[in-house]
Design a protein around this ligand. Structure first.
Ligand code: URA
Length: 267
């Protein structure tokens, strides 16, 4: 018995060392078990046993739209950042919540005038419940320092508020369910300027299908919910870690952001 337990623990430790950082299912799967027996033949004539045909779109559409409407109603009802956090902590329609350790909403100073939007929390963020605290976050902190800011003079959030398992790209359903909260978040913070970090943030916030390489470095406008904000899309720090030569362009974008903020503040 002890031998089995020690062996299981050793296997688990080995998997952790090899980089496995989560269990994918709630229930263990016995892959050595015999396959289940086929279901018994239906007694009814074949035509009666076939369920009515529904198109692939017809199946998920209604519940998805209902869930998105619910998300919008809840988000719109939030009158403060505290209420938004409480509402998200209770919101259970986004499947990501079930696999995440923590809700990751925001870090920094909401009154700073400068709001950064990334993609989604990774493993470090999930553990700590704060955005951009891992390797990308360290680079973001250095980029902030380069324009004379830190987390007391910038506000940081993501388009998605729970970690997608294995850091996969969020699905469109997950994005759609988070968008109402993100929009309300921007509305409640009312920054002077938005910076979008990477393609996911640019796609969601600008509703643009263009790639980040084309979008970056060009001022856009966020005109929703009675706001009219300048927006700078730029590269995601994770991309910059993989492609250091692109830091030169990101640096230019950050300088533009600093200059624009100075000109807004001096008006
Ligand atoms: N990448 C993101 O987009 N957001 C985080 O919070 C961390 C990494």
């Amino acid at each position: 018995m002890t031998d089995d337990r020690d062996l299981a623990l050793a296997l688990l430790r080995w998997q952790v060392e090899m980089g496995a950082d989560e269990a994918i299912g709630d229930v263990p799967v016995n892959r050595l078990a015999a396959p289940p027996a086929p279901p018994p033949q239906a007694a009814e004539p074949r035509a009666a046993a076939v369920p009515p045909v529904r198109t692939p779109q017809a199946l998920p559409l209604e519940p998805v739209q209902e869930s998105v409407s619910t998300a919008r109603r809840i988000a719109q009802g939030c009158k403060s950042l505290e209420e938004l956090r409480d509402a998200l902590a209770r919101f259970d329609l986004c499947p990501l919540r079930a696999t995440a350790t923590n809700l990751v909403l925001a870090d920094g100073n909401p009154d700073s005038g400068l709001m950064f939007i990334g993609e989604a929390p990774g493993a470090d963020e999930d553990r700590q419940g704060l955005p951009f605290v891992g390797a990308s976050g360290k680079l973001l902190d250095r980029m902030l320092a380069a324009i004379g800011r830190d987390r007391t003079s910038a506000y940081i959030t993501n388009t998605i508020f729970w970690r997608p398992p294995g850091n996969r790209t969020p699905t469109s359903l997950e994005s759609e369910l988070c968008v109402p909260f993100l929009e309300r978040h921007i509305e409640l913070v009312r920054p002077k300027l938005l910076v979008l970090l990477g393609k996911q943030a640019a796609t969601v916030v600008l509703e643009s299908a263009e790639g980040i390489t084309r979008l970056r470095g060009k001022w856009k406008t966020y005109a929703r919910n009675s706001l009219d904000l300048p927006v700078m899309p730029t590269y995601h720090p994770a991309y910059l870690l993989r492609n250091p030569p692109a830091k030169r362009e990101a640096w230019r974008d950050f300088l533009d952001v600093r200059n624009r903020l100075e000109s807004i503040s001096s008006v």
